[in-house]
Design a protein. Structure first.
Length: 364
């Protein structure tokens, strides 16, 4: 299979899952990966009419560099008659304490921008150009960080984050094949010079750790991908089992069916607790408490009613055969976590009833 076919097959495989008529937001930085994604998607005439290119400036380089990135995105989009929406960060990259460093801050701001673009044009599908190389680097970074083994599942190729579907069509395609595809098709793109900077952890993994490790371990990439796929398979089974445990909202409380909860193994229980606490804004995906925090709920079912856990703005009690999550308003803002949950559900209901997407001012 040629590299051109690799890219085309990847796009063809995901095309059938794309929503009919709804606009599709494509994150385009100006680098080779995102330019290839945009152009490969646009090769299908039906899909092309749905596309909007979204370009975000992080403010990490000179204005000339950013202007050149923007120009290459606009030039490629104009060649395809695809509208472009641009945005930028007005704050320094180190302005988010506790966010996990400049890379995490950049990621958070980029996805916030993509969600805002999606909202403004009635879209709920976002596509990004992560490649197989990104997957390998992510697994290595997580191994070196010593984080929860569940996150070794790596980057998901298709996932829901709140109301937004995030698709990564090129996740099984190597960077080398993406570059070959671009060269064969005579596409223009820009190389980000910060990709060579050791100030970013991913670049250290990409440019120093992985090349050195491959010298004595030729099968390293394949072995890392086998690990990632095994962990992804386990994670999928855990998520499916957790989804089968009934839970519901009534007023200002969340209820979990105790019988099904305690019949599940610890990994499934833990996953459900993390999901509920994340949904309720009691934690975020990058600031998760350790397993010890949930220890009272991972042991055997208690014999009597009472408070089992309190913290992160939530109290969990056992009442008969049910676990009850109570809202604690302290530190949760004016709305509280349950009001945020209700607003999110109402917003989703409105979207599902919407018959036509909103129109948006764009540039081409």
């Amino acid at each position: 299979m040629t590299s051109t076919t690799d890219v085309e097959e990847a796009i063809r495989a995901v095309r059938s899952s794309l929503p009919e008529c709804e606009r599709l937001i494509v994150a385009v930085s100006g680098g080779v990966d995102s330019i290839v994604l945009l152009r490969a998607l646009a090769a299908d005439r039906k899909t092309k009419t749905q596309l909007i290119a979204a370009h975000f400036r992080h403010g990490t380089r000179s204005s000339q560099e950013h202007a050149a990135d923007r120009a290459i995105v606009i030039a490629n989009a104009a060649d395809l008659s695809i509208p472009v929406v641009t945005g930028s960060s007005a704050e320094p990259m180190f302005a988010s304490p506790g966010s996990g460093g400049p890379e995490a801050t950049a990621r958070q701001r980029r996805y916030a921008f993509l969600r805002a673009v999606a909202d403004s044009c009635g879209a709920r599908t976002i596509l990004t150009a992560h490649s197989r190389d990104d997957q390998i680097e992510t697994v290595v970074m997580r191994l070196l960080s010593g984080i929860d083994s569940a996150l070794l599942r790596g980057i998901r190729d298709d996932a829901w984050y709140g109301d937004y579907r995030l698709i990564r069509p090129l996740l099984d395609v190597s960077k080398q094949d993406i570059v070959r595809y671009a060269r064969a098709s005579l596409f223009s793109w820009r190389e980000d010079p910060t990709n060579r900077s050791s100030a970013f952890r991913r670049n250290v993994v990409r440019n120093e750790i992985l090349p050195e490790a491959r010298k004595g371990w030729p099968a390293l990439d394949g072995d890392l991908l086998l690990l990632q796929r095994e962990m992804a398979s386990r994670d999928r089974l855990t998520r499916e089992s957790a989804a089968s445990i009934p839970w519901w909202i009534d007023g200002d409380r969340i209820f979990i069916a105790g019988k099904e909860f305690y019949a599940a193994d610890q990994a499934v229980r833990l996953h459900l607790l993390y999901e509920l606490f994340t949904r309720l804004d009691a934690i975020d995906r990058k600031n998760r408490p350790s397993h010890r925090f949930f220890a009272p709920l991972l042991a055997a079912e208690p014999e009597s009613d009472g408070i089992l856990l309190e913290g992160r703005g939530v109290r969990i009690s056992r009442v008969g055969q049910t676990l009850v999550l109570h809202q604690l308003l302290s530190g949760l803002g004016n709305d509280g976590i349950f009001e945020k949950q209700k607003k999110e559900r109402r917003r989703k209901d409105v979207h599902e009833r919407r018959s036509e997407p909103k129109q948006q001012e764009t540039r081409s």
